[in-house]
Design a protein around this ligand. Structure first.
Ligand code: ZN
Length: 222
């Protein structure tokens, strides 16, 4: 199965992708993780990406595509994969189409994880991370608070808020998502592979809904 997840920042894509990856035994491919791996392994795309990252600029689309080409054509993806956070815009989606065509593969299912904007904002701005890098436990002021305010349960270090999780930046991130990524919903809908799952409520319930969506719509298609 080749699954692609769409969803705004804070929609809980990462959490659900990890669970699905464990359940279906398919690799979970987020562009951030893939980038770190490619750089660490020194693959041709990784080496090219590093030269941009060292300058502190965004890695261009063609290098990202090369990186996904390296990974998707490897044996680790022979039974499928779960894409998370890629493609981010129509240009990347079209490049992914070409790549999949070259691999004689197609997407089985695109899941759009839908969450109301107000809740997205609450989820992101309430997020706190343990400042101790080797611990990096994640909390939420409202949904998963630490036992002592501002202190990590695991290691006792102070909790911090990621700078791009602050309110005004969250609004900017949501706006970018609406402008660049939301058109993908229509793009995949026109290809008849899009399915929507509600990303609100308990993570267990959301996961059940996603499994049900996949079972109903996607398992028969390879
Ligand atoms: Zn900690």
């Amino acid at each position: 199965m080749r699954i692609l997840f769409l969803g705004a920042p804070g929609a809980g894509k990462g959490t659900q992708c990890k669970r699905l990856s464990a359940k279906l035994k398919l690799p979970h491919l987020s562009s951030g993780d893939l980038l770190r791996e490619a750089v660490k392994d020194g693959t041709p795309a990784g080496v090219a990406a590093k030269s941009f990252m060292d300058k502190g600029v965004l890695v261009p689309d063609n290098i990202l595509i090369d990186m996904f080409r390296e990974r998707l054509s490897s044996s680790s993806c022979a039974n499928g994969f779960i894409l998370d956070g890629f493609p981010r815009n129509i240009a990347q989606a079209k490049a992914l189409d070409v790549l999949l065509e070259d691999l004689k593969a197609q997407l089985s299912c695109v899941i759009n994880l839908e969450v109301d904007d107000r809740l997205l904002s609450d989820r992101i701005t309430g997020r706190r991370t343990c400042g101790n890098k080797t611990c990096a436990a994640v909390y939420h002021l409202k949904f998963a608070p630490s036992k002592v305010d501002g202190i990590c349960d695991e290691c006792g270090s102070a909790l911090t808020q990621r700078s791009d999780d602050k309110e005004e930046l969250v609004m900017a991130r949501l706006k970018t998502y609406r402008e660049q990524t939301e058109p993908l919903i229509e793009y995949y809908d026109s290809k008849k592979v899009l399915h929507t799952a509600l990303g609100e409520g308990e993570p267990d319930q959301i996961f059940e809904d996603i499994l049900k969506t996949l079972n109903t719509n996607c398992l028969i298609k390879q």
